[in-house]
Write a protein that binds this ligand. Structure first.
Ligand SMILES: *Cc1c(COP(=O)(O)O)cnc(C)c1O
Length: 430
């Protein structure tokens, strides 16, 4: 935060007035709000969180993709930070553990949240089990019915998983009254989880991306990677890559490096990869917008496709969000981070090349970063450039094999929005 080229515009209410930390504390635990608004450069990781990190697989390995380099015939050296070793298979546990720890410290008995395909829900379910905090996950109904594996994982960790829209909330009941077969959406699930937290004692809401606090928690990834590259005696990276849904794994990996870049101490290109189906950074606008489709959250100034934007269905469910983190939006505006967008067929093709060379199967989200890395490595070959390319392998794809099945069977289609209607985004000054 203190190193950004400009300050993040404060969150606002629909009438334009600023949102205070007190307002945020109605929804989130106090300790999380402190992390949200802090401008400290470093915050010590609390001891119980550090212990949990160590026991669950941190530091995660930084691996060199040597066989991939050979197959591509590139002079570039490629490294990846493998977050897939964490128990739920992705980076999301890094913030889930902090959030459950803060909740338990403050006497919060129950956390509510939403989940689409279940990556975030399973990470929070695990963290709740570790710190003895109950977790209720509102899971988008179609995913609840069609993607059982992560639902089972959440239930195994002891979380209560509720198909959304549900009868637990007023929002849910009203939707079901009009449309008993409503398939649900992430926006509805967020609205239900927030209403639940606001209307029950000792209950708070938990979010897995976009917030400054969440990005802060994820920086453990980049801090480890910096140390690991140093210990290997490797040159500083020339290219840093990550995929972007709300921006948390990207920021977690790149921000410690970007701090050096902003001080002129690192000369690296930083590339943020998004799907062409949800192109918030490459085709969105920079405006104040809601975080959820119902318009219950504070407004954040960010690159957005509009809070009611419904992206075409793609397998990278974690990248189907309409906005991106405010700090990342600023870095894109200032040209510090370069956004690119890819189609899902080319992304799955890249993932296959990677899996055959390295063995690890990328999550469809992670595969977006893999595609960009392969393009950079092939460009290095054409230019005869010695590059050091480092990327964040945000998660493995072993629970996403349906997408790979569709890809191998030739059933994948590239779906791109033609006209993106931005007219309903609220107009606020500034
Ligand atoms: C959720 C998820 C993402 C996208 O979320 P960010 O907050 O942008 O990191 C990316 N990769 C994996 C494996 C995920 O589970």
């Amino acid at each position: 935060m203190p190193d950004l080229p400009e300050q993040i515009p404060p969150p606002r209410k629909p009438d334009g007035s600023p949102v205070s930390p007190k307002d945020l504390e109605a929804i989130f635990p106090r300790g999380l709000v402190e992390h949200e608004v802090t401008s400290e450069r470093f915050i010590e990781i609390p001891e119980p969180v550090r212990t949990a990190y160590l026991e669950l697989g941190r530091p995660t390995p930084l691996l060199r993709a040597r066989r991939l380099e050979e197959r591509l015939g590139t002079p570039a050296r490629i490294y990846y930070k493998y977050e897939g070793v964490l128990p739920t298979g992705a980076h999301k546990a890094n913030t889930a553990i902090v959030q459950a720890y803060i909740a338990s410290r403050e006497g919060v008995e129950r956390l509510t949240t939403e989940t689409g395909a279940g990556q975030w829900g399973s990470a929070l379910a695990l963290a709740g089990a570790l710190f003895d905090v109950k977790v209720r996950v509102y899971m988008v109904r179609v995913s609840y019915e069609q993607k059982p594996y992560r639902r089972v994982l959440m239930q195994l960790y002891g979380a209560e998983v509720v198909p959304s829209p549900s009868r637990f909330t007023r929002v849910g009941r009203e939707i079901l009254k009009k449309d008993p077969d409503n398939p649900g959406s992430l926006g509805i699930a967020i609205s239900e989880a927030i209403e639940d937290a606001l209307s029950n004692p000792a209950t708070k809401y938990s979010l897995g991306s976009v917030l400054n606090a969440v990005l802060l928690h994820q920086t453990v990834i980049g801090l480890e990677a910096q140390r690991q590259l140093e210990e290997l005696g490797e040159d500083p990276p020339t290219h840093l890559v990550g995929c972007v849904g709300g921006g948390s794994n990207f920021a977690g990996f790149t921000y410690p490096f970007i701090k050096e870049k902003l001080r002129g101490k690192l000369d690296a290109e930083v590339i943020a990869v998004e799907p062409r189906a949800a192109p918030s950074m490459t085709r969105g606008v920079y405006r104040y917008d809601y975080g959820d489709s119902a318009g219950l959250t504070p407004l954040l100034k960010m690159h957005t496709l509009g809070h009611r934007y419904i992206p075409p269905p793609i397998h990278a469910g974690g990248l189907r969000y309409h906005g991106v983190a405010p700090s990342l939006s600023i870095l894109v505006n200032h040209g510090v981070v370069k956004p690119v967008a890819y189609k899902q067929t080319e992304v799955f093709e890249a993932a296959k090349v990677f899996a055959q060379a390295e063995g690890f199967v990328p999550a469809p989200e992670t595969a977006h970063a893999v595609k960009a890395v392969i393009d950079l490595a092939l460009e290095a070959k054409r230019l005869g450039e010695r590059r050091v390319i480092a990327f964040n392998f945000s998660g493995h794809g072993l629970l996403d094999l349906k997408g790979y099945d569709d890809y191998l069977a030739g059933r994948l289609v590239d779906v791109e929005p033609e006209n993106i209607d931005l007219s309903y985004i609220p107009r606020l000054e500034g």
